[in-house]
Design a protein around this ligand. Structure first.
Ligand SMILES: NC(=O)c1ccc[n+]([C@@H]2O[C@H](COP(=O)([O-])OP(=O)(O)OC[C@H]3O[C@@H](n4cnc5c(N)ncnc54)[C@H](OP(=O)(O)O)[C@@H]3O)[C@@H](O)[C@H]2O)c1
Length: 348
């Protein structure tokens, strides 16, 4: 068994990491670190056998910890992660990997230097709707793909806490954007050619200094345009995905149901999604457009930790590789650069 030390017991640590680590066949949830006594008590109540620590240094000093998981604000991922790897620990950090490409390279260098595993919790590779979209694209039912829209549009106003401030790595691009960019790269990654981004800063200065709206446009060598829209002033949410191809269109509303289930305390079981959220229209043999039913795939975040355990114990191929996350960080840097200069950034 690989003994895991989890740092951070906020939303991510408590809902997205601890329960799934606890379920993974090759992992043992061994220790949880939080500076807050209340959160340490909550961790102990949730998992009575765990050690609790008040500082990450104390957790790193524990020789029993094999793998450190960071569920902490984004600005801490690189410095804390490199410290953990230099202490000989394997490292999983929640998304976003870190703040920029330079930090990502330093993290990969630390993992090579110490010969430890490095991976990023890109759980939304296992969103049911993303798996469904991949299946549809592979089936060819939509024909040649022209555009894919991938949106997270809510009516929620500025974030609070660390997510509202640039210095902590806040903002929508580094938060949900980390998932959307990762998904775009999974579909057509190596052929990404250009990035254009428009970021709007509309929040009151005393509440947040991060972008309120992000419009991002990726162009791939095969002609596909991948649009992302992230914002918090939509009373009518855009579709989560909207794909247009030469033979059909696919549209899906709403966010994968696993997060809501996990927040309600339901872990590790398939969570069905309402098929009414899925819309597919294709051209039939007689040239008519017809609606088709889509059977949504089940999402499965557990796969991430099952794989990390299997990679460490049995040498299975790691599914979320650090080099893929480095590529995503290059795109994130390009998004910021494009918005700053108001120009298209050419990546290859
Ligand atoms: N993959 C997903 O779907 C998903 C969903 C939610 C969150 N996340 C990710 O989870 C990570 C944390 O987000 P969150 O929503 O859990 O935030 P959160 O609720 O604010 O919790 C952050 C945790 O980190 C601890 N912390 C804060 N600053 C720290 C520092 N400088 N050093 C050490 N610990 C520190 C916090 O304080 P204490 O030390 O007081 O405990 C808390 O336990 C982020 O990377 C976020 O993107 C991912």
């Amino acid at each position: 068994m690989i003994r895991v030390g989890l740092v951070g017991y906020g939303l991510g640590g408590k809902v997205f990491h601890a329960p799934l680590i606890d379920m993974a066949p090759d992992l043992e949830l061994y220790a949880i670190c939080s500076r807050s006594l209340e959160k340490r008590q909550a961790a102990k109540a949730d998992f009575p056998s765990v050690q609790t620590y008040g500082t990450s240094d104390a957790l790193l000093d524990d020789g029993n910890v094999d793998l450190v998981v960071l569920a902490t604000p984004h600005d801490t991922h690189a410095p804390m992660g490199i410290r953990a790897m230099d202490a000989g620990k394997h490292l999983v950090t929640d998304k976003i990997m870190c703040l920029n490409e330079a930090e990502a390279r330093a993290m990969i260098e630390a993992s090579k230097r110490n010969q430890v595993l490095l991976s990023v919790y890109q759980n939304r590779r296992w969103d049911g709707d993303f798996l469904t979209l991949q299946r549809l694209l592979e089936s060819g039912v939509l024909g040649d793909i022209y555009t894919i829209e991938s949106n997270i549009t809510t009516f929620s106003g500025p974030h609070s806490g660390w997510r509202a401030w640039k210095k902590y790595g806040g903002g929508r691009v580094l938060d949900w954007g980390a998932h959307l960019v990762d998904q775009a790269l999974r579909l057509y990654g190596p052929t990404l050619e250009t990035v254009f981004a428009d970021l709007q800063y509309r929040y009151p200065k005393d509440k947040a200094d991060v972008e309120a709206l992000a419009l991002i446009h990726l162009k791939f060598a095969n002609g596909v345009r991948f649009f992302m829209e992230l914002g918090s002033a939509w009373m009518y949410a855009k579709p989560r995905y909207h794909v247009r191809g030469s033979l059909g269109s696919f549209r899906k509303y709403g966010i994968d149901p696993q997060e809501a289930a996990m927040k309600a305390g339901v872990f590790g079981v398939p969570v069905p999604e309402d098929p009414a959220r899925y819309h597919l229209r294709v051209r039939d043999d007689r040239g008519q457009t017809v609606a088709q039913t889509v059977s949504p795939a089940f999402g499965r975040y557990r796969t991430y930790y099952d794989n990390v355990g299997a990679a460490l114990v049995r040498g299975e191929e790691l599914l979320v590789k650090p080099e893929e996350c480095l590529e995503a960080m290059r795109v994130i840097d390009a998004i910021r650069l494009s918005a700053e200069r108001e120009e298209v950034v050419v990546l290859r």
